[in-house]
Design a protein around this ligand. Structure first.
Ligand SMILES: C[S@@+](CC[C@H](N)C(=O)[O-])C[C@H]1O[C@@H](n2cnc3c(N)ncnc32)[C@H](O)[C@@H]1O
Length: 235
């Protein structure tokens, strides 16, 4: 799926169309594993009480809420370029009485924060949706404090060939069908596996993270290698 310059428009429209059912679809299609993946990503960010974290492409805010538990007296900023997704995040924060998260509109390719502002910067299921990879990675690094963690959570395909074939049946055929049933937007759930298939391998992502200015870059595969959590430290 080559979208070129049209990608940001396409992605924004797609998330506007599924925003209301996004959380439900995530939960059902991942058998609730998505909550565990975000918890894992929040853990490797190594935040402590009083810390300040940034969740880029925060969507409906689930990772931001997970981070908020860890920083307690500190704070979390969730940024996304889609107003519909953010409005759901804000509603949830209000309903749950979460006070230490602030949501704001913004573009991952041009983050409106000063250099070295955050103790940790994270992006969950966002990088694959950006118009490019290297520029947003440099932005994540730029706004992280020296020594702070940059964490990327993203889908990947299982490295084991047998598992990959089996999972591909679900991912490329069953998931678009079920995603379509849940949200009424099958196209969005056909885009998901297509964008994962086009996304660089975990080794390539690690190299790009190093190139962007991170050290000690490594990745953890979760849930049979269907999801990867990348982490590096800002030099
Ligand atoms: C798959 S959702 C992930 C949401 C959330 N992080 C999660 O874990 O569920 C991808 C999000 O990336 C956002 N997004 C895509 N491109 C963006 C960009 N250039 N800047 C900011 N947000 C972007 C979309 O609006 C959408 O909310």
């Amino acid at each position: 799926m080559q979208l070129g310059e049209e990608k940001p428009k396409y992605v924004r429209r797609m998330f506007s169309a599924i925003a209301q059912r996004y959380d439900l679809a995530n939960s059902l299609l991942s058998l609730r594993r998505d909550a565990y993946w975000r918890r894992f990503a929040a853990d490797v960010a190594e935040l402590s009480d009083g810390g300040i974290a940034l969740d880029v492409a925060t969507g409906t805010g689930e990772l931001a809420f997970e981070l908020a538990k860890r920083v307690s007296k500190g704070g979390v900023v969730g940024v996304d370029f889609n107003a519909e997704m953010l409005s759901i995040a804000k509603q949830k924060a209000e309903q749950r009485g979460i006070k230490n998260v602030h949501f704001t509109l913004g573009d991952a390719l041009r983050l409106c924060f000063r250099d070295e502002s955050f103790d940790a910067v994270l992006v969950a299921f966002g990088l694959r949706n950006f118009a490019e990879i290297e520029k947003p990675l440099r932005e994540l690094v730029r706004v992280a404090k020296r020594g702070g963690r940059v964490v990327v959570l993203e889908f990947t395909l299982p490295p084991n060939r047998f598992l990959r074939r089996l999972y591909s049946l679900y991912f490329f055929h069953v998931l678009p069908f079920l995603g379509g049933l849940i949200t009424g937007k099958r196209e969005a759930y056909a885009y998901l596996p297509a964008s994962v298939a086009e996304f660089p391998s975990p080794e390539e992502i690690c190299k790009l993270m190093e190139k962007a200015g991170l050290e000690n870059v490594r990745y953890h595969l979760l849930t049979l290698g269907t999801v990867a959590v990348y982490v590096g430290r800002r030099k």
